[in-house]
Design a binder for this molecule. Sequence first.
Ligand code: PMP
Length: 281
Amino acid sequence: GKVLYNQQFVERSKLIDIEDRGYQFGDGIYEVIGVYDGAFFLLDEHLQRLKRSAKEIQLSLPYELTELKEKLVELVSLNELTDGVVYLQITRGEAERWHHFPRESVTPILIAYTKIEETLDEASKNGASAVLTEDIRWLRCDIKTLNLLPNVIAKQKAVENNAVEAILHRGDVITEASASNVFMVKDGKVFTHPANNYILNGITRQKVLELCDKLQITVQEEAFTIHDLLAADELFITATKLDIVPIIQVDNQPIGSEIPGETTKKIIQAFHSSLQALRIS
Ligand code: PMP
């Protein structure tokens, strides 16, 4: 398929230079945006987060968000993507390898391409398992940067244990998971880590908070511990395209009654209604 390379649509080939700062330093940011039935879900929210990430690493976006938005819509239609994601990244550009930022004339490089992705139907219906692992990331997890090695290592641990996710903890405190946010339900209340520097404030997470508000489910954006998590009534994770997946086992220990819980199911249903609304609009 076609790739958006700065302002042009080009064929996928060896576009990236060996001295691209993303390649050498992970010096860049990215977004993964969900596409359902050919339509973007929460595109503006993703672009706003991209803008914030850019600002936090002092990177200037190569073009306006309104223009970028049009280009992304065009990319999806050019590639005839129906269900999947658009992966978008911006690096600080190509420059001789020195750690400090390159001179002003070096411009950021933006690429975006489409990827077909199926949803985890089985797991979302019946629940999945997760493993726990220490959160060894830096202290700016709120920025969606290309530096994902700790996340990669954590996810590998999950895969090696036939689990869908690795839930991260800093000491005793549950932060999020390797590529998703974590929610726990206890006595009918929903708990999730506050959106500070220790987690990525997921777009799906924000949607779930909004839905809980509509459903009049009490949410407490409060840190909770490994002990709390293992004693939870229900547990679920959220991420783009994964949507909401109930977690019924952690480190081989059952969570609640080891089936997707009532509160989780209510939220999933409300989430599916928002996706349905997208299809109609
Ligand atoms: N946390 C991390 C570390 C992630 O990589 C992701 C996926 N991008 C998320 C949370 C979920 O974010 P979103 O709902 O915006 O996909």
